[in-house]
Design a protein around this ligand. Sequence first.
Ligand code: BGC
Length: 505
Amino acid sequence: MAAGGFVDQGGSRQYEGKVTVYVLITCFVAAMGGLLFGYDLGITGGVTSMEPFLIKFFPSVYKQMKGETGNDSTYCKFDNELLTLFTSSLYLAALVASFFASTTTRALGRKPSMFLGGLFFLVGALLNGFAVNIAMLIIGRLLLGFGVGYCNQSVPVYLSEMAPASLRGALNMGFQMAITIGIFAANLINLQTAKQEKGWRISLGVGAVPAVCMCVGALFLGDTPNSLIERGQNEGAKEMLIKIRGTDKVDEELRDLIDASEAAKMVKHPWKNIREPKYRPHLVFCTMIPLFQQFTGINVIMFYAPVLFQTLGFGNNAALVSALISGGVNMVATLVSIFTVDKFGRKILFLEGGCQMFISQVAVGIMIATAFGVKGQGSFSKVEADALLSLICIYVAAFAWSWGPLGWLVPSEICPLEVRSAGQAINVAVNMLFTFLIAQVFLSMLCYMKFGLFFFFAGFVVIMTIFIFALLPETKGVPIEEMNVVWRSHWLWSKFVPEDNKANA
Ligand code: BGC
């Protein structure tokens, strides 16, 4: 074996190298993309529960909330499609953008995609902060959506490619960590601005600050060795490898990356390709993982926690404080994942998280059913309200160390180069599609399904936990270009991924 690599007991190749300061800095800047995404996820829930904002842009919702429209079921207080469109339109735009982003990321590199993403965020946040009519509001949201599409497509790929295999999980999770910090920051800012008449402008406009950091950072970042090779710059790739691995012994890794890239170039149509049988596991996971991630129901909490808590009788301030608490739990629990994912692996986190989410969702459903019944009339005592908040925190914690980070990590690390951009684009698009759907229909679903909604999501959690148990092989510590080893030893995927498939190795 040439200098710089060896084969471990599991048959996968390991390369030399440590975590360098350079890698950490690049990951920090790249993670700004996650921060921006999180900020946009977290900000609307609070803003849409602010009265001055509703009066200015959504007067009909305001009337409905005040009970002036005749529907007195608690479950239906905020059921309004225009209001949900304000939240959900962003994810629709992100869906469209993720496909363009896939081409940019492949043809021009990961860096330009990140820069463009930052720029969209910047303009979107400014338009929203200065909005004088609903058109500015919606156009701003659409631009933010483009930002999300571009950043979510490129940042996870960037992080996976920069990180040494042994730490790929933890570094990649910097992305999720940043998402949760963004959500928490949004909750915190909402709590402050809710007290001011024009506070919503600050809430929506502050997103411009991380957007500037992202743009400036992306200008100075280097691109990944994989991307440089993909664009024929092998020398540059070697220099970058030396820099990020902190050793001169990178020949082995470089050669493998070049081999993988050459094999990938023979593949002219990644979109057609990924439908070939040998990419079946990749296609299945890049589609099902984001779908299931959204069907955990997490965004019901992330988008609508303040509205949900108000619906359940919490006062305006209590609702925002509760959202802040669950946002804090989300952030801290993500750390658990960061520190355990490369030690215990992905699967155990998925399975434990699934069980914990199921139990807490069923308990939340029962509590709401008992207090409000089918008619949606009733209230929580202080003790019950605290118990409900605790259950929601237990649920959020479970998501935060399982499906939250792993929902982005696993799809980004399983795809070989030739289908990586396509796989990641599918992942982002499916994620955005279902984020959009849930954002759009949640308030109506709550109105019609009432407490049953929580049982609905609990049912999905059972299905996805079985899915992971049966179909996902462990990918912990396997170098990204060596992933085929794990498919070949799986009872189902070995039927699709042939032994001699050099294009993947
Ligand atoms: C999901 C988001 C979710 C967030 C919560 C992310 O992984 O993609 O939809 O709002 O986690 O932390």
